[in-house]
Write a protein that binds this ligand. Structure first.
Ligand code: E4P
Length: 217
């Protein structure tokens, strides 16, 4: 499963990228706001750090304006994936931009039928938001499971990008199901390394090591 990092925080991206943990980046208007940076400037900087797809989201609502914004964003760097909302106009823009050879990430997906439409419109990525479904007592991981089955039934090449990942359990769940990609905030990716038994085991090994009176270096 590919790891995308869901942030516009350049320092966090750089740190995780140096560890080989970043196959791509996703941003959205809320993450741009949080970064306090100019969208074009920060996106360009991210694209220079990361080799994989960097999603940048349009904000227009009508297809022709989405297409214009998408072309502008795609001009930032060759690894831009234009992020479009899953609306009828978003699907029209997806069809046009993917027809021009641009990567498109269709976002805010909450149903299998929406995912089916995005694949038919030529999306490179579909982003089902699992955390936001869990927030309203629906099953986000079940949606990933259903989209996996439907895409595999018909051999769609659209990659399932599990989004709105809020916890290490979400990551394990979508990996088990076979999501192609997951995107998570940097702190969730860091938490994947934590286990209380690792900490306890390390503490007891170090205690015993001290008793040996030895040094490695
Ligand atoms: C994905 O592309 C979105 O930017 C993100 O995963 C949304 O996550 P949230 O629901 O935690 O805001």
């Amino acid at each position: 499963m590919k790891f995308f990092v869901d942030t516009a925080d350049v320092d966090a991206i750089r740190e995780l990228n140096e560890l080989g943990m970043v196959d791509g980046v996703t941003t959205n208007p809320s993450l741009i706001l949080k970064s306090g940076r100019d969208i074009l400037e920060v996106t360009k900087e991210i694209c220079a750090i990361v080799d994989g797809p960097v999603s940048a989201e349009v904000v227009a609502l009508e297809a022709d304006k989405m297409i214009a914004e998408g072309r502008h964003l795609a001009g930032i760097a060759p690894n831009i994936a234009v992020k479009l909302p899953l609306t009828w106009d978003g699907l029209k823009a997806c069809k046009v931009l993917s027809g021009e050879g641009k990567m498109v990430n269709v976002t805010l997906c909450f149903s299998v039928n929406q995912a089916l439409l995005a694949a038919k419109a030529g999306a490179s990525f579909i982003s089902p938001f699992i955390g936001r479904l869990d927030d309203i007592n629906l099953d986000g991981t079940e949606l990933i499971e259903d989209i996996r089955v439907v895409y595999d039934n018909y051999g769609f090449g659209t990659e399932i990008l599990a989004a709105s990942i809020r916890s290490p359990n979400h990551v394990a769940d979508v990996a088990r199901i076979g999501a192609d990609v997951m995107t998570a905030p940097p702190d969730v990716i860091r938490k994947l390394a934590s286990h209380p038994l690792t900490d306890a085991g390390l503490a007891s090994f170090l205690k015993d090591w001290e008793k040996t009176g030895q040094k490695i270096l």
